[in-house]
Write a protein that binds this ligand. Structure first.
Ligand SMILES: Cc1cc2nc3c(=O)[nH]c(=O)nc-3n(C[C@H](O)[C@H](O)[C@H](O)COP(=O)(O)O)c2cc1C
Length: 272
């Protein structure tokens, strides 16, 4: 049985989740949503099962995923599922996805799951580290193993409901979606920057260009924070809310720079 999973990731949680499900389902293609960003037209999965795996942003979908879902036609796919990874709260993102799909192709997700993984937004909460992080990842692995079984069996799984998450989406998501691309201006780089260009290489939407060995953010930011978390010198800061200085960094232990390049549809090379 053929499966296609579309994914988006900033720090590797969603890619790790997608890979875990793909490994369990066997005949499965992983397609990066970022690599489809500039392709025209409707996306029709040619598969028996189609899945979307992505993080929750401001109680909703990353804008790049929302725009992808608006182009996705799963009308003829026998079983469609979604998994959102989140730091704490976000089943509302699954309801948002269902609404988009019903409006676009009159088909809801057959199964919808939310998995708690380490949070990656330092301006709001310091990402978990050490044993706390490991424990969250172990629990996520167990949850994903159970999710893979449900998908294999073709079980119907409606999204859970959280009034708090729904309220947060009503309050937070519209301004987030309106302003996210311009949030580039909230990033800055300190003098400890070595000019290595890692930030530009890992940005899923190629929003960073290097000028005079310093990153310059353009106007297509998704706020995934890959640049922030990958910077080997911790020289990138984000001035939203409580800021990011000294507030920890996170990326999933399996995530490589090559993975981030592959997400952009680029061939991977040797990972520095
Ligand atoms: C801009 C932004 C907004 C976020 N908003 C939420 C949120 O509303 N609820 C939540 O539980 N986690 C939130 N998170 C945390 C991520 O959803 C979570 O860490 C996710 O697993 C990251 O996935 P990734 O590693 O695939 O990028 C947010 C992260 C970012 C960068």
């Amino acid at each position: 049985m053929k499966t296609v999973i579309y994914y988006f990731t900033g720090t590797g949680n969603s890619l790790a989740a997608a890979r875990k499900i793909a490994a369990a389902l066997k005949d499965c293609d992983l397609v990066p949503i970022a690599s489809l960003k500039d392709t025209p037209g409707t996306i029709v999965p040619a598969a028996d099962r189609a899945g979307i795996v992505c993080p929750v942003y401001d109680a909703g979908l990353p804008v790049i995923v929302k725009e992808f879902a608006e182009r996705l036609d799963i009308g003829a796919v026998p079983y469609a599922f979604a998994i959102v990874t989140m730091g704490g709260m976000g089943v509302s993102a699954l309801h948002q996805l269902n609404t988009i799909l019903v409006q676009g192709c009159r088909k809801k997700l057959d199964a919808a799951f939310a998995v708690s993984m380490p949070g990656n937004f330092p301006p709001l909460a310091i990402p978990p580290a050490g044993e706390k992080k490991d424990e969250i990842l172990r629990k996520a692995d167990a949850d994903l193993a159970a999710i893979a079984v449900a998908i294999q069996k073709g079980q119907p799984v409606p999204p859970g409901f959280s009034p708090f998450s729904s309220l947060m989406r009503i309050l937070l998501y519209p301004p987030f979606a309106r302003n996210v691309h311009g949030m580039s201006s909230s990033f800055s780089v300190e003098d400890t920057c070595t000019g290595c260009g890692t930030c530009a290489k890992v940005c899923p939407v190629k929003n960073i260009v290097m000028e005079k060995d310093r990153p310059v953010w353009q106007q297509t930011c998704e706020l995934c924070c890959a640049c922030l978390h990958f910077c080997p010198a911790e020289a990138i800061q984000l001035s939203l809310m409580r800021g990011s200085k000294g507030r920890g960094r996170y990326r999933h232990p399996d995530l490589t720079i090559d993975d981030m390049k592959a997400q952009r549809g680029e061939k991977s090379g040797t990972t520095p």
